[in-house]
Design a protein around this ligand. Structure first.
Ligand SMILES: Nc1nc2c(ncn2[C@@H]2O[C@H](COP(=O)(O)OP(=O)(O)O)[C@@H](O)[C@H]2O)c(=O)[nH]1
Ligand SMILES: [Mg+2]
Length: 206
C-alpha cells in the first residue's frame, strides 16, 4: 500500500529548468529543495524518494548544468533540484553564477518550506555545504541532512559518522539539525525522509 505521501511524490513531473533567478517559477504554493555536491547522490535520492527510476538524471560523469529544476507534484506542491556544486575544475565565472543563482533563489522564496541537504557520508561538510547551511540559517529555512551512500560504511561506522557530523555542526553553531543515514542503493532511510517532506509539504495522511 502506498502512503498518501508516496502517491503525491510519485506524480512528480518535470516542469521547467531555470538558469537565472528571474526565470524561477512563481513563488506560490509549497516546495522542498534538494542540494548537494556533485556526485553526492542527489539524483539517485530524488529517484528513490519519488519511486521514479529516472526522474532526476543520474550519471557517473558529473554534469555541469547550473540550473534549478522544478518538478511539480500537484497544483500547489513542488520538488526543486538545485544545481550541484563542488566541481574540482570549474571556471570562476561558473562558480560565481552558482552563487548568484542560489542566493537569488534563497532570497524571499516564501514557498520554500525546507531544504534537504545531501552529503556523502564519507565526505561531509565541505565549504559549499556550509554555505548552504548558512543560507538556511540566514533565511530561517528548515533543513534536513541526508548522509548518503551509507551502504559504503558498516553499521557501526555509519552511526559513529552520524554522531561526529552532529558534533561538528554543533561546533559550527548549527544546533539541532535533523540528520539521518540514507542509501538509494539499499533503499534505506526513505520512510524517515518521506515523513519530513510530508510535514513540510503539508501532506496529511488519509
Ligand atoms: N553505493 C552507493 N552509490 C550511490 C548511492 N547513491 C548514488 N550512488 C552513486 O554515486 C554516483 C553519483 O550519483 P548521482 O545520484 O548521479 O549523484 P548527483 O551528482 O549528486 O546527482 C553514481 O555513480 C551513483 O550510482 C548509494 O546510495 N550507494
Ligand atoms: Mg545529479
Amino acid at each position: 500500500m502506498l502512503s498518501t505521501t508516496q502517491k503525491v511524490l510519485r506524480a512528480a513531473n518535470f516542469t521547467m529548468a531555470a538558469a537565472e533567478a528571474k526565470q524561477l517559477l512563481k513563488d506560490q504554493g509549497l516546495e522542498v529543495a534538494f542540494a548537494g555536491r556533485s556526485n553526492a547522490g542527489k539524483s539517485s535520492a530524488i529517484n528513490a524518494i519519488t519511486a521514479r527510476s529516472s526522474l532526476a538524471r543520474t550519471s557517473k560523469t558529473p554534469g555541469r548544468t547550473q540550473q534549478i529544476i522544478f518538478f511539480e507534484l500537484d497544483e500547489t506542491r513542488r520538488l526543486v533540484d538545485l544545481p550541484g556544486y563542488g566541481f574540482a575544475k570549474v571556471p570562476n565565472r561558473i562558480k560565481k553564477h552558482w552563487r548568484t543563482l542560489m542566493s537569488g533563489y534563497f532570497t524571499d522564496r516564501s514557498s520554500l518550506q525546507g531544504l534537504i541537504l545531501l552529503m556523502d557520508i564519507r565526505h561531509p561538510l565541505r565549504d559549499e555545504d556550509i554555505q548552504m547551511i548558512d543560507w538556511c540559517v540566514d533565511t530561517q529555512t528548515p533543513m534536513h541532512i541526508l548522509l548518503t551512500k551509507s551502504d559504503k560504511l558498516s553499521k557501526g561506522a555509519g552511526a559513529n559518522q552520524l554522531q561526529k557530523i552532529n558534533k561538528e555542526l554543533n561546533t559550527l553553531g548549527y544546533e539541532g539539525a535533523s540528520m539521518q543515514l540514507f542509501s538509494a542503493l539499499k533503499k534505506t532511510g526513505i520512510p524517515e525522509t518521506l515523513d519530513i517532506i510530508s510535514e513540510w509539504l503539508d501532506i496529511s495522511a488519509e
